[in-house]
Design a binder for this molecule. Structure first.
Ligand code: SF4
Length: 421
């Protein structure tokens, strides 16, 4: 009989097997880069202009956090890595290389992993693209937003439509075959004709993936203030709905699958990283303000880049391996909030996020995960939403109808409300 371990509490991340338990194994890693050359007036993301002097210390701190999590989670393999922000492409290539090396040193990055980087068109020079590709970045998400120079200027973007087109071609020439383009609609002064021209311009470029986001006026942003003061016209939600319908029609005609409410892809090119979020699977986020979902907990890092750097400067020790996982998460010096997700909330979140996908919630998968099908857990909500034409049961899956896609928030709030009763 072996006696040396009998008094040592089991590590909850590995139980007794010594291998990371599935719920503590992040499938994807999000890396937050909180730097932008300029701050766009509509943006409320945790990102800052004119703090470039922090970049070297920030990269050191990020490497320290990555190494801490790698050790805490026993170096699990990752299927995806996503550099978001902020503007990751604004960092010099050697800094991105250093961060990726830290990730590879602390986690296994699976062969064939999707490694994405968000980019601003103005940053994509052939030399930088070459360096990024050589270090293993294999997917780019380019923030084009519009092909109308007047709107780009109003949005405070630092690129033109010509820059956007050029950057796409430069990326393809550099060997990137998995490129996504981000667009915005529902903008002040945007017309349906202008939107059609942008859509057609992007379709003619032929990227394998396109994301489209309706402008939301975020409290506290300059744009929200300008609208309040009457300096900028209020966005028209009916016009935005027409733009969405136009996008659905035109993208569908050109062979793009509308696989998620805001995302279109050619066959084989849906975002694997974002699918982890929509399937409510575990992921880890590093960097200030980054969110994670792991081991039944959602947790978030503190937001200030300066404080983030200071807390990691001293190379803090690992939280004690003997303590429960919630304490170990809270013991990571940059974690600010931790929320335990009970089974009811996990079911509601799985419904909310899964219904965003065109494949919907597959009843069998849901029952395998939670022991009961969605119709058994939410009989009244499913029946009511189907009766008003927002939800349908098709081939063993619950899906939003076309009208449900336009009114997704009404459907999602129903499941969240059901969680709290
Ligand atoms: S570039 Fe993107 S992240 Fe940076 S301020 Fe503009 S919208 Fe926000």
């Amino acid at each position: 009989m072996r006696s040396e371990n009998t008094n040592r509490p089991a590590d909850p991340a590995t139980a007794s097997s010594g291998r990371t338990q599935p719920e503590f194994r992040p499938r994807g890693l999000y890396v937050h880069i909180p730097f932008c050359k300029t701050k766009c007036p509509y943006c409320d993301f945790n990102t800052y202009a004119r703090i470039e002097d922090l970049v070297p210390r920030y990269v050191d701190a990020l490497q320290a956090e990555i190494s801490l999590w790698g050790a805490l989670l026993h170096h699990p393999p990752l299927e995806t890595v996503f550099f978001g922000g902020g503007t990751p492409s604004y960092l010099p290539a050697d800094r991105i290389v250093a961060i990726l090396e830290a990730i590879r040193g602390s986690f296994g990055v699976s062969a064939g992993a999707e490694v994405s980087l968000e980019a601003n068109p103005g940053d994509l020079t052939p030399a930088k693209l070459d360096a990024l590709r050589r270090v293993g970045i294999n997917r780019l998400s380019i923030g084009v937003q519009s092909l109308d120079d007047r709107l780009l200027e109003a949005l405070g973007r630092r690129h033109s439509a010509a820059d956007a087109r050029r950057s796409y071609h430069t990326a393809v020439d550099a060997g990137f075959d998995n490129v996504s383009i981000d667009l915005m609609y529902g903008l002040p002064h945007q017309t349906l004709t202008g939107w059609r021209d942008t859509l057609d311009g992007i379709i003619s470029l032929g990227p394998p993936h396109v994301s489209m986001y309706c402008l939301t006026l975020e409290q506290g942003t300059p744009l929200a203030q300008w609208v309040q003061l009457g300096k900028v016209p209020e966005p028209d939600p009916d016009l935005a709905a027409d733009m969405y319908e136009m996008a659905e029609e035109r993208m569908g005609q050109r062979g793009y699958r509308h696989y998620e409410i805001s995302n279109w892809a050619k066959p084989g090119f849906p975002s694997r990283h974002n699918l982890i979020y929509w399937r409510n699977q575990p992921f880890l986020g590093v960097g200030p303000g980054a969110h994670s979902y792991l081991g039944g907990f959602r947790f978030a890092n503190l937001k200030s880049p300066r404080e983030y750097i200071e807390r990691l400067d001293s190379r803090p020790p690992l939280p004690k391996a003997s303590s429960p996982m919630s304490e170990r998460i809270a013991g990571v010096p940059v974690v600010d909030t931790v929320e335990a997700i009970g089974p009811r909330l996990e079911m509601a979140e799985t419904m909310m996020m899964g219904l965003r996908l065109d494949t919907g919630i597959i009843s069998e998968d849901f029952a395998r995960r939670f022991g009961r099908s969605p119709a058994e857990v939410y009989p009244d909500d499913v029946a009511d939403l189907a009766a008003v034409g927002l939800l349908e049961d098709s081939d063993g899956a619950l899906k939003l109808t076309p009208r449900g896609r336009m009114l997704g928030n009404e459907v999602f709030s129903r499941f969240l409300a059901a969680e709290s009763v």
